[in-house]
Ligand binder design. Sequence first.
Ligand code: CO8
Length: 260
Amino acid sequence: MEYKFLIVEEKENGVILLTLNREKSLNALNSEMLREINTFFAEMEKKEEVRCIIVTGAGKSFVAGADISEMAKFTASEAYDFAKLGMDTFMEIEKCRVPVIAAVNGFALGGGCEISIACDIRVASSKAKFGQPEVGLGITPGFGGTQRLSRLVGPGYAKELIYTTRMINAEEALRIGLVNHVYEPEELLDKAIEMANSIASHAPKAVEYSKQAIVNGSQTDIDTAMQIEKTHFGLCFATNDQKEGMDAFLNKRKSEFEGK
Ligand code: CO8
């Protein structure tokens, strides 16, 4: 599939690199780009060989937010529809069968911070900047920021970042748990690919079930969450990969997973 705003590269081991590419506008998200991202993740769901997806931005920005020039003219109902499009798209990322790593190379503001938070894991360049500038534009975060950011860094930091619009650097993002690692800009993609390869080397179904248990379990009470974990644990024993993984361990050989 050809995209106007996305560059899709197939790396080794089922790792896909998705580059958001609207560089002149610092990769700001407009409706067309959001629809393309939605389509891309729907396509990925169908590809059994895909093991991990990395999302990054072209040029000096990751994503400088939703497109302000498009939003400026919205009526209330158009704004609602735009927020729904963004939320549905980011939900595709959150629920994607395989883990998604955000390699945050520069500005991750507003919708850009929000798309990174919909990913499973964030790694950042030392030049990355995060922020939720929305209230300075007279709007609230609308692509899940009020919800996912609080869950990730706690309501205290989320409230400060949203109410003050303060932009933070990568080191502070690391300190508050918004990102997992910070790397020099030139090593960011290699490090993200290294992590993706590590994920890809393990039993695909076990990784998938772990993601489902974490994502679905974190949105419910602890008893239901434990039930979700038990169910997924049980399901692993219906896979060839569980037999292969344990047999390989017991026979002191390297496992070869087939993803079934
Ligand atoms: N939307 C549209 N265009 C943008 C955006 C954006 N978010 N960000 C940057 N651009 C454009 C600029 O207008 C400029 O275009 P041009 O060259 O035609 O003038 C080009 O990108 C380069 O930008 P700058 O010249 O400003 O570059 P600087 O390096 O000087 O500054 C900044 C970089 C600090 C990132 C600055 O561009 C900036 O502050 N951008 C806006 C950041 C922002 O406020 N983002 C949040 C938007 S709101 C949002 O994301 C809400 C999401 C939920 C929506 C819910 C639906 C209703």
